[in-house]
Design a protein around this ligand. Structure first.
Ligand code: F0G
Length: 454
């Protein structure tokens, strides 16, 4: 069949409140043209993030009711631990309330001032946790990963020659090597199994542990199955296990590829490090069999992990992004190619060449999308990255707008609607104006800054 349908039926629904353009113009103005400040019930299609926004299955809601809320030793923990180990066979599985909490545990224990931690590309919270320890987070993506219009099967790969150079020259400063799958900051792009193995081998050769940020491991594995030689006929679970078999540990946000609304974990093979992590966990998150979560959350994750590796789901999941990306591309809207696993990224800088980077073309586009159709997307560009620690401002490397797809939430007609709204925005794109920031906090300004239109 030509149409890849949503491989689920809908039993429980949430209403969408429809709004008029005039209403949305007023709401956006009152929010200082910052979409983070909107109330979510004023949004028609919410593509701000794919994190924690999944629709849970009937089986997950059923598992929630079996959650055991005992402080210590709850069966929910053991079900969670078994589900994780079925895919990622690490010695120690340490639950945490979300991905950044796992990162905080890891980097508090392994990083110190002056250290350097290379990755394909660190996610913001990973970078934040590394920098909070006084260490440097170094991104080493392949050159193709930095060119939005270029098609490449594994644009999330790490530049292994650069990794080797840095391990040789700066080895004394490097406590670990990281790999993010998929590479979110780089456009939701996958990393090949060969690249994961290559990075792990280099780390091992230099005596360094290798950690995977596995937030979107299932989407990454699907791309490996689709695109990597020798992988196409293998079961997803085998490929997942191969990805993690070469790692010494992982951090995870269960808000992504575990279909949960909250949760995460740190997994480790090093017994001594795991013991230190559990001690810190007790101090900051909770006892090691719940780690800041309710027992019911652990059961939702355990069930979610069984569902996320379903091939019909993964086929639909990745297709729902490429469907939108292909249609935008056909309309001449520049998108990051190929479409990523969890999001479609629009290159706002080339879409709106009359708006200079320091007038925030990405922000102008997200505002126009909200006004035209009530769509909430996220600027990933000069608003997010333009303010430097010394107070100066410079254009970010790219001005992108991310349309992140919540898992199992929207249907194909919602996707058609998104495309139609962008068609309307594109028809009037030359009339869109740049923006200025009228108020901003000292850091992380994109969450709270207020804007005005020129
Ligand atoms: N690593 C990656 C690759 C992520 O995308 C995220 C979160 C985290 C770690 C942190 O996990 O949110 O559970 O603490 N990404 C979300 C996003 C917020 O919208 O891309 P968390």
């Amino acid at each position: 069949m030509k149409t890849i349908i949503e491989p689920f039926r809908i039993k429980s629904v949430e209403p969408i409140r429809m709004t008029t353009r005039a209403e949305r113009e007023g709401l956006l103005k009152a929010a200082g043209y910052n979409l983070f400040k909107l109330h979510s019930d004023d949004v028609i299609i919410d593509l701000l993030t794919d994190s924690g926004t999944s629709a849970m299955s009937a089986a997950q809601w059923g598992a929630v009711m079996t959650g055991d809320e005992s402080y210590a030793g709850a069966p929910s923990f053991y079900r969670f631990e078994a589900a994780v180990k079925d895919l990622m066979d690490f010695a120690h599985i340490i639950p945490a309330h979300q991905g950044r909490a796992a990162e905080h545990l890891l980097f508090t224990l392994i990083a110190k001032t002056g250290d350097l931690i290379p990755s394909n590309t660190h996610f913001d919270t990973t970078r934040g946790n590394i920098e909070a320890m006084g260490a440097e987070a170094l991104d080493l993506p392949i050159a193709e990963g930095r060119v939005p219009s270029l098609d490449h099967p594994f644009k999330g790969n790490m530049d292994l020659a650069a990794l080797e150079r840095v391990l040789k020259a700066e080895g004394h400063r490097i406590p670990a090597v990281m790999m993010t799958i998929t590479n979110n900051a780089g456009g939701g792009q996958p990393v090949s199994l060969a690249n994961i193995r290559g990075a792990a081998a280099l780390a091992r050769a230099h005596g360094k542990p290798f950690y995977i940020d596995g937030c979107r491991f299932a989407e990454n594995t699907w791309f490996i199955k689709l695109r990597e030689e020798g992988q196409t006929d293998r079961p997803i679970k085998d490929i997942v296990r191969d990805c993690f078999a070469v790692a010494d540990g992982m951090t995870m946000s269960a808000k992504k590829d575990a279909f949960a609304n909250i949760g995460g974990w740190l997994a480790l093979n090093d017994d001594a490090l795991a013991e230190r992590a559990r001690t810190l966990l007790i101090q900051t998150e909770g006892f090691p069999t719940y780690g800041g979560l309710a027992g019911r959350d652990l059961d939702a994750i355990a069930q979610g992990l069984k569902e996320i590796i379903n091939e019909d789901y993964l086929l639909y999941r990745v297709r729902s992004n490429s469907y939108i990306a292909e249609r935008l591309d056909a309309m001449g809207i520049p998108v990051v190619k190929p479409a990523g696993g969890h999001a479609v990224f629009i290159d706002a800088r080339s879409f709106l060449p009359h708006i200079p980077p320091l007038e925030y073309p990405g922000q102008a586009l997200t505002c126009a999308m909200y006004e035209a159709g009530g769509i909430r997307a996220c600027e990933i560009g000069t608003v997010m990255f333009g303010r430097k620690p010394d107070g100066t401002e410079a254009p970010a490397a790219m001005d992108l707008v991310r349309l992140a797809m919540p898992r199992r939430v929207y249907t194909q007609s919602h996707a058609d609607y998104v495309v139609e709204v962008l068609e309307e925005v594109a028809a009037a794109k030359d009339t869109l104006r740049g923006m200025s920031i009228v108020k901003e906090p000292p850091m992380m300004r994109h969450f709270t800054a207020a804007f005005e239109r020129f």
